[in-house]
Design a protein around this ligand. Structure first.
Ligand code: G6P
Length: 518
């Protein structure tokens, strides 16, 4: 029973994402604890799932099989999803590694960011192959498909649970029952919808399926490099509604459906005909919890010294353009020595996917680059680059965002980029300057930022210079407009837009309820 004081009539929401909204860890005495994730998705979707009596399906960040039966309740009463609202997906570690490090982050991540040279194409991480060693107990390695199936099975369980509750609540009157919404997130789960739809049809479980991709969707030229691209497209098309951050990604997806699967498409209205259904494809740019960041910035104490800081905050990822950015800062010091001993590049790099080879190599490269530049320019009491490889608290982050003169958000490719938006939300004095890559989704809407091609290292260095000498009037004019947009188009707005689109689509799973024999 998932009753949580939900509002009568509102459609229960089932969220499916690779990560649960919290990580499970064991404390010293072996008791499981939730450590909370501070992500925008959790902040926005958590309360909605709680209110509508929905569920959240995902991986709890641990491979400990015992965690399945004993998810602890939230620390604060009513402060999180109750344990019966959570379904943890746990698979064998070897299988998960092949899925997560192999297919998700070794193949789809680089490919979808249009970096095919970095992608590995291995059938082992994708589909079932017979193992050479017949003695091993493991029959096959089908990582991506198998893990997606696990997520789909848990989702079906959740759907059955929600249905039986609704049937009780509505005395079996399916005519008036709200239709549950299943919302699947991101590139880790592009096949799950197909499996969910199949079982939902077999078991007559009414639901609407939605999918949102948080990273770019590549062009047909790139997508076709993936040997099983048709299955990915069909997996996504099993949904009724598909959301991407920006128009370009919608266009790419629709074009792939047309060219690869021969679907009839309507570019102008964002529709794809597939399997006798219309799939709605919509640009829905994600926002951040603006007020939350603004409040943090209002409260956070000062943590930086009196110097002009150029700030970078990123997961340590090759898509973020860190090497090019650090080289651009070096160029700035060469070309404009007036900034020596006055300006500091503070780069925070959050460790990420540390088991993947590309990420390890990048860390080495950045360590060396920072060391070389600091060795070259440092004086007795000043070093040009302050480099933090680790996580920092949200309070400190807000203080850095608030007190920096410039934020450098220069990814080579990025679905949206929330750092640009968080910086803006924390700029309560409106004096900072945002330098932004046009190759991030955010580059399409945050037009008052200084836009610069991150591959053009000299241009980036000139843009930093321009930002550092910009008069305060212009800085404030730009920042004010940026803040207005992000405060109205925040993460709640994004979520409401997605759910509104879901309301508009028809449920294509069940026939008319009257056709069910009484
Ligand atoms: C991106 C992806 C998310 C992912 C996050 C962190 O933002 O779109 O799906 O969760 O990176 O990556 P990780 O591999 O640690 O989950």
């Amino acid at each position: 029973d998932v009753q949580t004081g939900d509002e009568a009539g509102s459609a229960p929401l089932i969220v499916v994402s690779n990560r649960l909204p919290f990580v499970l860890t064991r404390d010293k005495i072996g008791k499981l604890r939730r450590s909370h994730s501070a992500g925008g998705l959790v902040t926005a979707l958590g309360p909605v799932v709680i209110k509508c009596g929905g569920l959240w399906i995902g991986w709890p960040g641990s491979h400990d099989m015992r965690t399945l039966d004993e998810i602890p309740e939230p620390d604060i009463p009513n402060g999180g999803l109750k344990s019966q609202q959570v379904k943890a997906v746990l698979v064998r570690q070897e299988l998960f590694d092949s899925f997560y490090n192999g297919c998700c982050n070794g193949t789809f991540w680089p490919l979808f960011h249009s970096m095919p040279d970095r992608a590995i194409f291995s059938s082992e991480t994708w589909k079932s192959i017979p193992l050479k060693d017949q003695h091993t107990k493991t029959k096959s390695v089908q990582a991506y498909q198998e893990v997606n199936e696990e997520f789909a099975l848990k989702t079906i369980d959740a759907l059955r649970q929600v249905h039986s509750r609704l049937l009780k609540e509505y005395n079996g009157n399916e005519d008036v029952m709200p239709v549950p919404v299943v919302w699947i997130h991101d590139y880790q789960l592009m096949l799950a919808a197909a499996m969910i739809r199949q079982v939902a049809i077999e078991e007559n479980l009414a639901c609407k399926l939605g999918f949102f991709l948080h990273i770019p969707f590549p062009s047909w030229d790139i997508m076709r490099l993936f040997p099983w691209d048709d299955q990915i497209l069909e997996g996504i098309l099993a949904c009724d509604m598909v959301g991407f951050h920006i128009d370009d990604y919608c266009t790419n997806f629709i074009e792939c459906c047309q060219r690869r699967l021969g679907c009839r498409v309507d570019h102008a209205n964002g529709n794809v005909e597939y399997d006798n259904r219309t799939v709605h494809v919509r640009p829905l740019p994600i926002g951040i919890p603006f007020n939350h960041f603004q409040e943090l910035a209002l409260k956070a104490p000062r943590v930086m010294k009196d110097e002009r800081v150029v700030l970078g905050v990123d997961r340590l990822d090759y898509t973020k353009g860190l090497v090019q950015r650090i080289k651009a800062f070096e160029r700035l010091l060469e070309r404009h020595p007036e900034h020596l001993e006055r300006v500091v590049l503070m780069q925070i790099a959050v460790p990420s996917r540390t088991d993947v080879k590309e990420y390890k190599a990048l860390k080495e490269e950045i360590d060396q680059l920072v060391g070389r530049i600091n060795g070259r320019f440092s004086t007795a009491d000043w070093s040009p680059i302050r480099y933090i490889y680790g996580c920092i608290s949200q309070d400190n982050l807000a203080a850095f965002y608030r007190d920096s003169a410039v934020a450098l958000v220069t990814p080579l490719r990025d679905g949206m980029n929330l750092v640009a938006k968080e910086f803006v939300a924390c700029q309560i004095n409106e004096t900072g300057v945002l330098i932004l890559s046009p190759f991030a989704g955010a580059g399409g809407t945050m037009r008052e930022a200084l836009l610069v091609n991150p591959y053009e290292v000299d241009m980036v260095s000139e843009m930093i210079h321009k930002a550092l000498i910009m008069d305060v009037g212009e800085r404030q004019r730009r920042m004010k407009l940026l803040r207005e947009r992000e405060s109205s188009m925040d993460v709640d707005y994004w979520m409401a837009s997605f759910l509104r689109e879901m309301q508009l689509v028809e449920c294509a799973i069940t026939g008319s309820p009257s056709s069910i024999p009484v």
